[in-house]
Write a protein that binds this ligand. Structure first.
Ligand code: HEC
Length: 256
């Protein structure tokens, strides 16, 4: 029998003691867990206003604060008027424009007094490649592969745009094309929300290239300045390349 063994009682005492300890640990853990979760207070529960809610705290009754006058979001100063609007610095909103009427009865504007004549960005081979790619994404469906206004959407019934290859648009300043892409023109809607500023200019450069390609007799000053800009750009990158290669050499000298 178990009770006959000399240390049986002692053994059962130890056993009970262990149980008590286990129970205590369990109670501690459970209560710690409960207390912990009960005190959880997330940031989303703190007092706060939702957008456009009213508030009695501010005199204008709005919880949302207006930006201080003249605030400009980082990167959106758009100081360069030519780059961001394609318009001259002292553009006259009431300037008289010449209009003609085409065979479809559209009113065609043929003078662009406020549009800038020179590209506000350096035009390089990369610019033209980018412009070609963007043109094929955004414009080709209507204007066709070379800008004759015979895109697939037009062949399926969309109003036909004017060709880029008449004297009016050949002589139109670059600012006009930028304005058309940015704000739309007649039946065409604007692409400002889909095409960033630099890409719009890249498309303009590509349209100029298309115009030259369809009319080899054009001897446009635009093409010359394009080449020069490309060259300037190349020189710049060459210089910075040199500066970079010199640095590691100096570092090595220090290590040895
Ligand atoms: C959904 C078809 C469509 C797309 C896409 C489209 N256009 Fe047009 N575009 C037109 C139509 C139609 C007109 C003629 C609008 C009018 O005169 O009422 C036009 C006119 C123009 C003109 C001539 C403006 C003038 O002075 O007569 C230019 C330049 C032009 N688009 C450039 C672009 C460029 C660049 C893109 C791409 C970013 C583009 N278009 C995308 C339909 C389109």
């Amino acid at each position: 029998m178990l009770t006959n063994k000399p240390n049986a009682g002692k053994k059962s005492m130890t056993f009970q003691g262990k149980n008590v300890l286990r129970f205590a640990v369990l109670v501690f853990c459970v209560s710690f867990f409960l207390v912990g979760t009960a005190c959880r207070y997330d940031m989303q529960d703190q007092p706060r206003y939702k957008a456009y809610k009213e508030s009695e705290f501010f005199s204008d009754g709005k919880a949302m604060r207006d930006f201080p006058e003249g605030t400009v979001a980082r990167g959106q100063l758009n100081e360069n008027k030519a780059l961001h609007t394609g318009k001259k610095e002292n553009a006259d909103p009431n300037a008289q424009v010449e209009t003609t009427t085409d065979e479809l009865g559209n009113t065609i504007v043929s003078s662009f007094p406020n549009a800038i004549e020179k590209m506000p960005i350096n035009v390089t081979k990369e610019t033209l490649d980018r412009g070609e790619q963007r043109y094929k994404i955004f414009c080709m469906v209507c204007h066709g592969p070379v800008g004759k206004g015979d895109g697939m959407v037009v062949r399926r019934g969309y109003p036909q745009p004017t060709t880029y290859h008449d004297d009016r648009l050949r002589n139109a300043p670059v600012g006009h094309f930028f304005d058309v892409i940015t704000n739309g023109w007649g039946k065409m809607n604007g692409y400002a929300s889909q095409i960033p500023v630099e890409d719009r200019w890249a498309i303009v450069a590509y349209i100029r290239a298309l115009q030259v390609s369809q009319n080899p007799e054009i001897k446009s000053g635009e093409a010359d300045s394009t080449d020069k800009a490309a060259e300037d750009n190349k020189n710049e990158t060459e210089q910075t390349g040199e500066a970079e290669t010199q640095e590691p050499a100096a570092d090595n000298g220090g290590a040895n």
